[in-house]
Design a protein around this ligand. Structure first.
Ligand SMILES: Nc1ncnc2c1ncn2[C@@H]1O[C@H](COP(=O)(O)OP(=O)(O)O)[C@@H](O)[C@H]1O
Ligand SMILES: [Mg+2]
Length: 219
């Protein structure tokens, strides 16, 4: 069974019992009065929510598969991705710059690639401070006689924690132990980029902050 099919199956098997569990805990929260029990139920609800977030992440993971490819403007992909990420209120208080050269075209599937950049930009947005900076830049390069476009998502947050950076593309590697993290964002991103024949590398910048570098075939 493919990894994609396996993860969708697991997600579907998890969803119903999780919904039942969450419903029951919510019902109990309405009826129970004593404080220690309420605290425990609150924790159960948060953990249940976390499991649901992970389950949703598994469905995203399953969507990673080959689809139609076309010539795409990298600059537009970044613009579209940022618009999706900017639904978050915090986006209004950070400085975002799409420095991608207009002439840089990549070969790929638009929906899948938007998912990649949404994951990278969302991580950057979570990482930076209130007046932080997120910048995306691009350049062309030749490798093995082929033409590529290299795209870097840069931020000036604290950088990727040292204990995480080695395995950051592995599933469930996360420092967001509340309901907000699944540790699947970069796993999904890597899966999609790899299926495009490209590469993704995570580093920290010497000046501080993270640099996520995605290399895709040029159109
Ligand atoms: N731009 C970034 N700055 C700092 N840390 C990052 C950045 N991007 C990713 N990380 C770290 O990598 C971990 C894994 O990221 P990801 O796979 O997207 O999962 P999630 O965001 O659900 O935790 C994050 O929990 C965080 O610790
Ligand atoms: Mg993420």
């Amino acid at each position: 069974m493919s990894l994609g099919l396996l993860s969708t199956s697991v997600a579907h098997e998890l969803n119903t019992p999780l919904a039942v569990l969450q419903g029951s805990v919510e019902k109990l929260l309405e009826t129970i009065k004593d404080k220690p029990t309420l605290d425990r139920l609150g924790r159960m609800l948060r953990v249940t929510q976390r499991l649901r977030t992970i389950s949703e992440g598994l469905v995203d993971f399953a969507r990673v598969r080959r689809q139609e490819t076309e010539s795409l403007s990298l600059r537009s992909l970044i613009e579209e991705s940022w618009n999706l990420v900017a639904i978050d209120e915090k986006a209004a208080v950070v400085n975002f710059a799409n420095g991608v050269n207009e002439v840089h075209l990549v070969l790929g599937n638009s929906d899948r690639l938007v998912q990649v950049f949404v994951n990278l930009l969302r991580n950057a947005l979570l990482a930076v401070a209130q007046d932080g900076e997120i910048r995306v830049e691009s350049r062309q390069l030749s490798k093995n006689g082929e033409r590529w476009v290299c795209c870097r998502v840069l931020d000036n947050g604290p950088g990727i924690p040292a204990h995480v950076i080695e395995n950051v593309f592995e599933a469930f590697v996360t420092t967001r132990l509340d309901a907000s993290g699944t540790g699947l964002g970069l796993t999904v991103a890597e899966g999609i980029v790899t299926q495009h024949g490209g590469t993704i590398v995570a580093t920290n910048r010497s000046t501080g902050g993270a640099a996520l570098e995605v290399t895709l075939p040029e159109a």
